[in-house]
Design a protein around this ligand. Structure first.
Ligand code: PBG
Ligand code: ZN
Length: 324
């Protein structure tokens, strides 16, 4: 008994009724803004493939932080670009390292911002891989030992949350134990649980100077042909103590976000990655799409798929769009 009794268009008649029946909302409350901090002085360099996204040195970072705070974006996630790299990435657990200094600076001067640190080694290793190399592959268990040092150093600096992105097996368990043993039992872990070996990371690797010197990351990041495996990864991470799980990238992986949302009762984050940003910005620049509208529609799709949290380079753009 459908038509003419039922007419779906009745509930689309005008904006008021559309607002009332809307199933998904997007708010500035959902957003985490990624920031790249480079060691050095007086640096503000635009990333060529990411219009309006910059690498800053700490002495120039106020410009960015003031805007993020003014727009009421709740959180930032920090990526460090160090001067000193070696084969194990030891600079990443230096208490005077770029991330540690930046965390202390933000917590002191912008206490309203929630500071999350990305926890990995690829920006810190001379070879650009996400851990300690053994015969041209990343050694999982040795990398865990260094991860523990890195998270404790971030926690000591005052990080509110840590986000391991290296896709090492057992990383959440190792980090939880390290934090607890060092007295940081209340610092949550947002795990990059289902991080796929993706070509959408290209612009980020320019930004962070973290492209692998040889090979690729397919022996540790997930094969994008798989989705059941993502559920397995999430299950392991929850058992190991993850507080929030993440899917990355977001857009080509909305099915994964949706499955995780349906199968687990834990907050789900989605990382709307660099390549996804660049494509939309390029289309906007060419005049081929309405950038603001496409940004809004895209971020709503990530929420509709089931994400609670969106990590996005569009955070400032969308905060301005939502405030209009
Ligand atoms: C490094 C890391 C990457 C991103 C976040 N952390 C890239 C990679 O795995 O090479 C990607 C972010 C983006 O593309 O926006 N572990
Ligand atoms: Zn990495």
């Amino acid at each position: 008994m459908a038509f003419p009794i039922h007419r779906a268009r009745r509930l689309r008649k005008n904006e008021n009724i559309r607002r009332l029946v809307r199933e998904t909302s997007l708010s500035v409350d959902d957003l985490i803004y990624p920031i790249f901090v480079e060691e050095g002085k007086n640096i503000k360099v635009e990333i060529p493939s990411m219009p309006n996204i910059y690498r800053y040195s700490l002495d120039r970072l106020d410009e960015e932080l003031e805007e993020v705070a003014k727009l009421n974006i709740p959180a930032v996630i920090l990526f460090g670009v160090p001067k000193h790299k070696d084969d194990i990435g030891s600079e990443s657990w230096n208490d005077e390292g770029i991330i540690q200094k930046t965390v202390r600076y933000i917590k002191k001067n912008y206490p309203q911002l929630y500071v999350i640190t990305d926890v990995c080694f690829c920006e810190y290793t001379s070879h650009g891989h996400c851990g300690v190399l053994k015969e041209f592959d990343v050694d999982n268990d040795e990398t865990l030992e260094n991860l523990k040092k890195q998270v404790v150093s971030h926690a000591k600096a005052g990080a509110d949350m840590v986000a391991p992105s290296g896709m090492m097996d057992g990383m959440v368990k190792a980090i939880r134990e390290a934090l607890d043993n060092a007295g940081y039992k209340d610092i949550p872990i947002m795990s990059y649980s289902a991080k796929f070996a993706s070509s959408y990371y290209g612009p980020f690797r320019d930004a962070a100077g973290s492209a692998p010197a040889f090979g690729d990351r397919r022996s540790y990041q997930m094969d994008f042909h798989n989705s059941r495996e993502a559920l397995k990864e999430v299950e392991f991470d929850i058992e190991e103590g993850a507080d929030i799980v993440m899917v990355k990238p977001a857009l080509a992986y909305l099915d994964i976000i949706s499955k995780i949302r349906d199968n687990f009762n834990i907050p789900v984050a989605a990382y709307n990655v660099s390549g996804e940003y660049s494509i939309i910005k390029a289309g906007e620049k060419m005049g081929w799409i309405d950038g603001d509208k496409v940004i809004y529609e895209t971020l709503v799709s990530i929420k509709r798929a089931g994400a609670d949290i969106i990590i996005t380079y569009f955070a400032k753009d969308i905060a301005k769009i939502l405030n209009r």
